[in-house]
Design a protein around this ligand. Structure first.
Ligand code: SF4
Length: 360
């Protein structure tokens, strides 16, 4: 009888497995094993360049990764991990603005994700780990149950390391930590464990962009791909829609500069995969809420013109967006086109532009 491993790897077959895997982090090992079996043939041909080495491996070998993990851990004693700088002792169970726990973390799901940027998805998917809670808390958040309500399962460091290794085994091209800021210490500790057990995937730091540049600087030599949003240009608007975060534009500009200093321009390899570099996301919002053209101008003036910029068109009102009339509709084709045209005029040459024919 033919085993699962002998079956041809159709995209439909993979997607079916993915859907079954897309459950809470308490996901059943039976489902995961089924997925592992159905995807193993893809893993065999996964485009892991044999000579690629993620940045953190050298740090792991020298012991620096473990040292840095401890340093991050101690920052939770009077938590300073993000610009909120709450100062609570998370190691003693106190909770700050983000509501994230201290010694454990909350994970909503982990799965191969095929909806991220193409150079991260490839054929095997981006190994996405959705972390619960958030320090920014936008009123229009599309994942508000995870970010605002903290939906997910409480997990330990060792569990996180095992998730990383499973995603590698499945054939994912990278480990994509969604909203990692408040769990940076947990991620580094788990990374050190997983690296000892054979982890070789590049790390994608998929953040809202609202970071302390000093904290980002401490990730130098560990993160391979930075994937920050740049959401707002105007501090009054970031304060209004993101829980008082009026320093968002300034902090994000500094953080993105530091990210670029560390990893440079994101360039795809021969197989079209990005394993290192800066990839900026900007979500175009209705009524120019984000200040899109100003953001494009800043990127063009500050970073190389071939900086990867994903101009996203998928805004839709969610969560409490309907409390704000200016946020309570999708964007129009004209709004999207104007941003793309401006970015091109400014000379930005590495734009990820979505089809927008479907926009009004
Ligand atoms: S990570 Fe959470 S607890 Fe720490 S400073 Fe930020 S919001 Fe406060």
């Amino acid at each position: 009888m033919k085993s699962l491993l002998d079956k041809p790897c159709s995209r439909r077959h993979l997607l079916k497995g993915t859907i079954r895997l897309c459950v809470n982090a308490g996901l059943s090992s039976i489902l995961l094993d089924n997925f592992l079996a159905s995807a193993r043939c893809r893993a065999a041909t996964a485009d892991q360049a044999p000579r690629f080495e993620p940045a953190y491996l050298e740090q792991h070998r020298t012991g620096e990764l473990g040292r840095r993990a401890e340093e991050f851990w101690s920052l939770m004693e009077a938590c300073q991990l993000c610009p909120r700088s709450c100062g609570v002792n998370r190691l003693e169970g106190e909770k700050g603005f983000c509501q994230a726990p201290g010694t454990d973390l909350v994970v909503s799901a982990f799965q191969p994700h095929f909806g991220e940027e193409r150079p991260l998805v490839g054929r095997g998917g981006s190994g996405t780990i959705f972390l619960s809670h958030c320090n920014l808390r936008c009123v229009f958040c599309q994942n508000w149950e995870i970010s605002h309500l903290g939906r997910g399962a409480q997990r330990g460091i060792e569990d996180l390391a095992q998730m990383m290794l499973k995603l590698q085994k499945i054939g994912c091209h990278n480990l994509n930590f969604v909203t990692p800021t408040h769990y940076a210490a947990h991620i580094l500790k788990a990374l050190d464990i997983a690296a000892a057990d054979g982890l070789r995937l590049p790390i994608v730091y998929n953040t809202s962009g609202w970071e302390r540049a000093e904290i980002v600087a401490r990730l130098d030599g560990i993160v391979d791909v930075y994937l920050p949003d740049f959401k707002y240009w105007d501090g009054d608007l970031s304060a209004k829609y993101s829980a008082g975060a009026n320093r968002y534009p300034d902090d994000t500009r500094m953080a993105i500069r530091e990210m670029h200093r560390q990893v440079g321009v994101a360039r795809p390899d021969a197989k079209g995969l990005i394993r290192r570099g800066l990839m900026i996301r900007h979500l175009v919002m209705p009524n120019n809420t984000g200040g899109s053209e100003d953001i494009m101008a800043w990127i063009a003036a500050t970073l190389p013109k071939d900086t990867y910029v994903n101009i996203m068109a998928q805004y839709h009102p969610a969560y409490k967006a309907f409390d704000h009339r200016e946020l309570s509709r999708r964007i129009t084709g004209e709004e999207y086109r104007r941003v793309v045209d401006r970015a091109r005029q400014l000379g930005l040459s590495n734009l990820d532009v979505q089809g927008y024919q479907w926009l009004r």
